[in-house]
Design a protein around this ligand. Structure first.
Ligand code: ADP
Ligand code: MG
Length: 215
């Protein structure tokens, strides 16, 4: 207000300046809110990812995914590869980019989500949990394959994937080859095939290779 007075702004200029400032501040807090809502385990971004340090990851492809159109189209991303090759880093980084576009993201380690799904079923809270997840533009499922689950749990995860199919996006990271997925789903080949079918139908698959970055 002082600046406006001293520089003799018109009322219109003053109003425009006030509204523009308000819009910027709302955008910043919306993004901050999205970021908090996503519950990333740590902050990883694309600018700290060294594409030269890992085989199989095409920088141009990742840059295209960072623009987020795949999320608008309810497509999926699968990041597969050995431990320590940057899958979680990329998953978080793509999730962070999505929140910057004001998209709603939820990050889950698969084992945690499966546990919460089972708990929700036991307490008859499954519908509410599903509705909450439905509102997310992107659900990140990190570390499929580390912890196998029984058929009930596999079925609950299957339902989630089916619900999102062609409606909302999923990003999966896994240390398993597709042929090994039934092992995680209690040996249920049929269920796994149906789940993979839906997941991979409109999906970008990135296979990371090489030694662990940590080592
Ligand atoms: P994964 O999920 O495949 O097991 P992570 O994404 O957790 O591997 O990577 C392990 C650690 O190494 C993380 O701290 C990650 O930030 C880092 N890292 C992995 N690959 C790269 C890379 N290409 N450039 C920079 N940091 C990397
Ligand atoms: Mg990981």
């Amino acid at each position: 207000a002082r600046q406006a007075r001293e520089d003799h702004w018109t009322h219109e200029d003053f109003l425009q300046e006030v509204l523009a400032t308000e819009i910027t501040s709302r955008e910043v807090s919306a993004v901050r809110h999205r970021l908090r809502e996503a519950r990333f385990p740590e902050t990883k971004t694309l600018d700290t990812f060294d594409f030269k340090a890992v085989d199989g990851v095409d920088a141009a492809l990742v840059a295209a995914l960072a623009r987020g159109e795949w999320i608008s189209k309810a497509e999926n991303v699968i990041l597969a590869g050995p431990i320590g090759t940057g899958k979680t880093h990329l998953a978080i980084a793509l999730g962070v980019e999505a929140t910057r576009q004001r998209r709603r993201v939820a990050f889950w380690r698969v084992a945690d989500l499966v546990r919460v799904l089972v708990e929700a079923r036991d307490t008859r809270d499954l519908t509410r949990l599903h509705r909450r997840l439905e509102r997310m533009d992107l659900v990140v499922l990190d570390e499929l394959g580390f912890v196998p689950f029984d058929r009930t749990a596999g079925g609950l995860l299957f339902n989630l994937v089916t619900e999102r199919y062609e409606k909302r996006s999923i990003l999966v990271t896994t240390n398993l080859a597709f042929s090994e997925w039934p092992k995680v789903f209690g040996g249920d080949e049929k269920l796994t095939a149906a789940l993979l079918d839906r997941l991979a139908d409109h999906a970008t698959v990135i296979t990371t290779k090489g030694k662990s970055y940590r080592l």
